[in-house]
Design a protein around this ligand. Sequence first.
Ligand code: DGP
Length: 145
Amino acid sequence: MTDPFYDSNNIFAKILRGEIPSYRVYEDDNAIVFMDVMPQAPGHALVVPRAASRNMLDADPQTLSKVIPIVQKIARASKEAFDADGVTVVQFNEPAAGQSVFHLHFHVIPRHEGVPLKPHSGTMEDGAILAANAEKLKAALAEEL
Ligand code: DGP
């Protein structure tokens, strides 16, 4: 069974409505992209569809079809921006799977050979570092477009 409950006061809904700030990288009609404040590696970004769903289990397939090309765009830019060897894309559904914010989102994390990920939802990063990484990602996106 999926849990259909969607709380419109979740933190990402507030970011989408502009009620709380974020280090924003990209936005269009379908999604916004901003830096994860507890990055598992430098450059960790989140792709968040505007459409409300708790996670992938209750999402409209149309939402998924619109957001995955944006995930791809960010993953490509991330590899470039952070000179990465690879990119981890991850998405959690429900607390048992590690989900802590209940608005669908995809993690895009640049990876370097032999460097393990930091813990999920671990330490809050310094704002200046998040801002600098957002700028790097934006610059790589601008080159891609
Ligand atoms: P999860 O729901 O488990 O897929 O992870 C939520 C992620 O969101 C986690 O990596 C930490 C991050 N996060 C939590 N609160 C905030 C916030 O207020 N702003 C931003 N940008 N990220 C947040």
